[in-house]
Design a protein around this ligand. Sequence first.
Ligand SMILES: C[S@@+](CC[C@H](N)C(=O)[O-])C[C@H]1O[C@@H](n2cnc3c(N)ncnc32)[C@H](O)[C@@H]1O
Length: 211
Amino acid sequence: MKQLRLKAIAKFIKKEDCVADIGCDHAYLAIYLKENNLCQFVLASDIHEKALENARQNILHKKLDIPTILSDGVQNIRQEKLNTLVISGMGTSTILHIVKEVNRNFIQKIIVQSNNDLSLLRKNMPKFGYYLEDELVVYEKGHYYVIGNYTRQKRKRKRSQIEFGLFKKENKAYYHFLQEQMQSILKKLESKNVLKKLKLYYKIFLLQKYL
Ligand SMILES: C[S@@+](CC[C@H](N)C(=O)[O-])C[C@H]1O[C@@H](n2cnc3c(N)ncnc32)[C@H](O)[C@@H]1O
């Protein structure tokens, strides 16, 4: 598998994990995990029959044993068999709609890659019992992807971390991603609305600590 984004997601998966890839599409991640023996068990699931058919074809082609399940989020999935979910390549509202139904007694870890509204995601995951333990950013084909590793803990992150995440110096793509965010905030400052301006200044204040 070539995709840096999916490989970065796989870094958060441990050998003992029993994983469901929710919204698997072509099942590239599940196939990568299974082929490289990176987890104990993996299943691939999607809400769309057509996506699942692509997944089945790819799994069959590789002669791998990966169950596939048609499901909106975790609705048709037996969570007691699992401890880890991957939910990637969707928007924050869909991700939160899925996480709402997750059984916290079984699912200890959720690896999330949202395509938008990261601060809303970071703010809401603790409401469902999941704490942002680690995060990394990868840059691929002109896009930054932020991957969060949420674990079952009753803890909360600071305001600046909810807004801008968990920056680490060694993650160069993260630094560039934050720089880009700063540029976009500075552009928005041209707005004449005073309240909006104040909110933007506050974001700059938080972001400056990282850059
Ligand atoms: C852009 S693809 C991402 C595929 C893969 N997870 C990745 O990160 O490359 C999004 C997939 O999520 C599926 N999806 C969207 N909403 C879903 C839901 N509520 N439950 C399960 N799958 C969903 C779509 O059918 C689609 O195959």
